[in-house]
Design a protein around this ligand. Structure first.
Ligand code: ATP
Ligand code: MG
Length: 1014
């Protein structure tokens, strides 16, 4: 089997007229020189020149097993060389090329000038015909050629056409580009067992419809990449779709990690696609069901497409966005695999960031239930498997060194190696194919063969022209992959033509117009990088930093860092800020942390530490945030900075529930804020104090602090600070039972939230608004508000708000006496509270459920609930929700003696400064229980105590309970006031509290006044 290439210069008649015979002769000589050289470089043989055409053979007289691919490499190189020639001659020049393959007859004709050897056969004719089909600058290839190289090339289908001299119509293809991941031009040697195992896997996937992960693990250069390239070819042959993405260790642009690359690949968008094209692909994916509509924002995030509703996306917490992205990725993968079994290759996971590792884990999880095989390559050093998140059972394939027999065969397949050099190389390489291939390419003689890859690379660089050597080194500074534009900038040579670098087998281009390149191997980059003197390396990094300044903040910072530039730390800060603004908090944290490790001015050190504190706070990691703010404090150089560091620390203490340390820190901050008249900071000091005092149970101190916070925030024109202060104030007012004031404060707070777009922050406040409402108006109205909050909380995955929405609904239902409606939301709230570890909410939920179950006749369940509530209160205290649990106990007390004990406990609990709901509920239930045992005096006393607690403001719900309690107590004493009882009944109906009615009716019946009830 031989590949035949025909290349012809276009428009030569016109050229000849223009140039004249001499000029034309000069041009043709140069043209043949170029083309012949390229053919030979690619391991082909020039068969003959015909006019301005060239016929070349690949695979004869010597076959290397990958002859077709080498013919295509030559074709691509010829087009490129003609561009150079065109520039030299300042006129348009192009060739057209045809490539076909097939059996040929070799004949020693002795007639050609160049060789006394030629071939004939159908393939030769076909190649000549394809040449005719090709336009200027094009390579047209036969179907055979296409199929032989399918995994390594990009093509366009030209036509299925009749071709002169052939009976059948044939598919004809136009070569678009050679792929960068093209299976190496040398055949795979050895690795038979691995390939067989992989084939068995593919078969198992076909049979079972589910797959798994397969990890190819070995030291650098051992042939992982080469092996998985082969696997991709095998998979495609079996009808699998295959996608490859690679984790890079350096030079990656923001947000363009392996997961991004994979998703663009799966959605069939080119890596270069514009944002609108990516958006269009995403919309198609949503329409086709590959991405669920609710996951659209997450897929947009991965694809770096602008959000449709940025405020909503921002309102989610970081973990939610992380989970959402994984879900979106998984759903696309599942969708693609459902159409055709799929192989996904993730190369070099040893360099993966935690975000990418989580992506790999998500893929593996999908593979367990879909026809998907996830193939990862990893070096031994840095292998992430076996530890979270990749602590999963996978199939591991540890690659061993190539057997000597295979290594020798590999050496032989190198065109340049003479047998004795080859044997020496094989010995030195010890079965590492990269070392071997590099040694062979270095062309060093056997005795001088260097032992390490680094020196191999050095010796290869030394044989380049100074300009090309400098270019490779500059490229190494940029990263594993690099753009021509960046390279030119770093080299300070705007005209540098990287074309000459190709064909040297050090770098290759992965796009058709050769503007993007990659090193053929990461170790080559490492070697080239190591060959640079430190001072020169720094200069190049500075230039790279200059390029990225304003283009990519993270790369700008990294290059400054590597240039030992004193501005690196502040560049990291800027990069971290812009990552955080793009909601990539993990990346932002990593950048800030790196910045903090550098020497910098106190101001930058402070800013970095403070920003780290903010980031940790935002992602809900108070321990780390405390440490960062403490560090900020140590760098603080003035009162403002010290004050802000203390504020951060106080917020962290508040988040961990450390009230006393928090208040202690605020005592440090307060004089600083006051002393420098920092209104905004003063507002925060007061606000945090208000929160900490509230948590401590000192409502009065809390009230005063929040009032002050509000004042300061307004003076400072700090709307967000104002919203916070209002929320804090509303909470205290609520706790004090001043529901109207509380309602007003919540309403103001929420109006500000709406204005400022604080979606997430608004949720808990909205729940509270509903609850407060229910004390003031018919309770039904609250349910609609809570439904909306719940929907939003679910969308934003704000679990605490979801717990609160459910629990509040349960509460409203119990208050109304609609117990069966309360079951579902309350049980759901309890389950969720347990999940997020919120034990205080669990106390409340257990308390509520005790009421629900008891009234539904499930007495054992009710008792169990009360027991659970008390168990939890032993740990978290009973100030916040104890009143509910004590009330439930009172409800269930059967004997008067028990009730007295229960009530004594309840009074003790309330006396600690419990919030209003504890008073309200406990008193209401105490009235009920005392009436039940006939203690009407006691019931009336409870009604009085309730009224006294809520006297500051009139609360319809409380007024009603007081009135009803007193009316029933009077009736129980034998002194019923029928008009008052009837009025109470009407009020119960107005307030939508049906549960309050039966006792009134009973009293009326006993008073023989049934007739007055409508
Ligand atoms: N079995 C093989 N037959 C022929 N050539 C091979 C074989 N294995 C590896 N090679 C060649 O050796 C070189 C290094 O192999 P490869 O890039 O696959 O190593 P790797 O294990 O992926 O290294 P790294 O850890 O640095 O990514 C490549 O040029 C590759 O084509
Ligand atoms: Mg590799």
């Amino acid at each position: 089997m031989v590949a035949i290439l025909f290349a012809d210069l276009c428009g030569s008649t016109a050229l000849a007229n223009e140039l004249g015979p001499e000029g034309m002769h000069r041009l043709l000589t140069r043209y043949f020189e170029l083309v012949d050289g390229l053919v030979e470089q690619c391991g082909g043989t020039v068969d003959k020149h015909m006019g301005d055409g060239v016929m070349a053979l690949f695979g004869a007289p010597v076959a290397y097993g990958n002859d077709t691919m080498r013919a295509l490499r030559a074709a691509a190189a010829i087009h490129q060389a003609l561009e150079t020639l065109a520039q030299e001659n300042r006129r348009p020049l192009a060739a057209h090329v045809g490539v076909a393959s097939g059996e040929v007859v070799a004949a020693d004709t002795g007639s050609a000038v160049h060789r006394n050897y030629t071939v004939t056969g159908d393939a030769v004719n076909l190649a000549a015909r394809l040449l005719e089909v090709a336009h200027a600058g094009e390579t047209v290839i036969s179907d055979d050629v296409y199929r032989a190289c399918v995994s390594s090339i990009e093509v366009d289908h030209v036509a299925t056409m009749a071709i002169r001299g052939f009976a059948q119509e044939m598919a004809v293809w136009k070569l678009r580009s050679l792929r960068v991941d093209a299976a190496a031009e040398h055949p795979l040697l050895g690795r038979d067992d691995e390939v067989a195992r992989f084939e068995a896997f593919l078969q198992a996937v076909e049979v079972a419809g589910t797959g798994n992960a397969w990890v190819v693990r070995a030291d650098p250069g051992m042939g992982k990449t080469r092996l998985v390239q082969e696997m991709v070819v095998h998979a495609r042959r079996r009808g699998f779709a295959a996608h490859t993405c690679a984790v890079l260790d350096f030079g990656v642009a923001q947000g363009r990690d392996a997961v991004h690359a994979l998703l663009t690949g799966l959605l069939a968008v080119s890596p270069e696609a514009s944002a609108p094209d990516r958006r269009a692909a995403l919309d198609r994916a949503v329409t086709s069901g590959a991405v669920a509509p609710e996951d659209e924002p997450f897929a947009a995030d991965i694809l770096a497409v602008p959000q449709r509703d940025p405020a909503m996306y921002e309102a989610m917490d970081n973990a939610t966005r992380g989970e959402g992205r994984l879900r979106a990725l998984a759903s696309v993968v599942r969708h693609v695999a459902a159409q055709r079994p799929l192989v996904i290759v993730v190369e070099d996971v040893h360099w993966a960031t935690p975000v990418v590792l989580a992506g790999v884990r998500a893929l593996i999880d999908v593979a367990r239930a879909s026809p998907l095989l996830v193939v990862c390559t990893s070096r031994r050093e840095g292998d992430p498997f076996g530890a979270p998140p990749l602590d999963v059972a996978v199939d591991v394939c540890d690659l061993r060194p190539l057997a000597t027999r295979d290594a020798l065969a590999l050496a032989r397949s190198y065109l340049t190696a003479n047998p004795s050099v080859a044997a020496g190389c094989v010995e030195r390489a010890q079965g590492n194919p990269l070392f071997l291939t590099q040694l062979l390419r270095s062309g060093a003689d056997g005795s001088a063969i260097p032992a390490t890859i680094q020196s191999v690379v050095h010796s290869r660089l030394d044989r380049l022209s100074p300009a090309d050597k400098a270019a490779v080194q500059a490229a190494a500074v940029i990263g594993q992959r690099f753009d021509l534009a960046v390279l030119r900038h770093v080299l300070d040579d705007p005209a540098y033509d990287a074309g000459t670098l190709l064909g040297r087998d050090l770098v290759r281009s992965d796009d058709a117009d050769a503007r993007k390149f990659g090193f053929v191997h990461a170790l080559i980059r490492d070697g080239a990088y190591a060959s640079l003197l430190h001072s020169h390396r720094r200069t190049l990094h500075s230039r790279a930093a200059q390029w990225y300044d304003g283009r990519d903040e993270a790369l700008h910072a990294k290059h400054l860092d590597l240039a030992d530039d004193p501005g690196a730390a502040s560049a990291y800060l800027a990069a971290a800020r812009s990552e955080a603004a793009a909601l990539r908090f993990d990346a932002a944290q990593a950048l800030a942390r790196r910045g903090s490790a550098l020497v910098a001015s106190p101001q930058i050190c402070y800013d970095l530490a403070h920003f780290e504190g903010d980031l940790a706070h935002d992602v809900g990691d108070p321990v780390r945030s405390l440490a960062a703010y403490e560090r900020a404090l140590s760098h603080a150089s003035d009162e403002v900075q010290r004050c802000n560091a203390y504020l951060g620390m106080a917020a962290a203490h508040r988040a961990t529930g450390a009230t006393e340390p928090g208040l202690g820190v605020l005592r440090q901050a307060e004089p600083l804020a006051a002393g420098t008249a920092l209104r905004r900071e003063s507002a925060r000091v007061a606000y945090l104090r208000g929160c900490l005092e509230f948590a401590r149970g000192d409502a009065r101190a809390s009230h005063a602090a929040h009032t002050l916070a509000l004042e300061h925030a307004r003076e400072a024109g700090d709307a967000e600070g104002e919203a916070h202060a209002l929320s804090g104030l509303a909470d205290v007012l609520y706790a004090e039972g001043r529901m109207r004031s509380s309602l007003a404060a919540f309403e103001q707070c929420l109006a500000l939230c709406d204005r400022l777009g604080l979606v997430r922050y608004s949720l808990n406040n909205r729940c509270m608004l509903a609850v407060v409402h229910a004390y003031l108006e018919p309770a039904d109205g609250a349910i609609g508000v809570l439904d909306r909050v719940r929907a939003l909380a679910r969308q934003l995955h704000h679990r605490a708000a979801e717990v609160m929405a459910d629990e509040s609904e349960g509460w409203v239902r119990v208050a109304q006496g609609r117990y069966s409606d309360a079951v579902e939301p309350t049980e759901r709230s309890l389950a969720l509270a347990r999940e997020i570890g919120s034990r205080r909410w669990m106390v409340f939920d257990h308390g509520l459920l005790a009421f629900v179950y008891w009234h539904l006749g499930r007495h054992a369940d009710a008792q169990e609930s009360v027991r659970s509530a008390f168990e939890l209160m032993a740990e978290v205290g009973d100030r916040f929700f104890g009143g509910i649990a004590h009330a439930a106990r009172a409800m269930m007390a059967e004997r008067e003696g028990d009730l007295r004990r229960v009530l004594a406990d309840g009074e003790r609990s309330l006396a600690q400064g419990s919030p209003a709901h504890c008073h309200f509920w406990y008193r209401r239930e105490a009235i009920e229980a005392l009436l039940r045992v006939g203690d009407c005096e006691g019931a009336a006393w409870q009604a009085g105590a309730l009224q006294a607690f809520a006297q500051a403001e009139d609360v319809p719900w409380v007024d009603f309970q007081v009135r009803r309690g007193r009316a029933l107590a009077n009736a129980g004493r034998g002194d019923p006031d029928v008009a008052e009882l009837v009025a109470c009944r009407e009020r119960a109906v107005e307030l939508a509290l049906p549960g309050a009615i039966p006792a009134i009716d009973e009293a009326l019946i006993r008073a023989n006044a049934v007739g007055t009830v409508r």
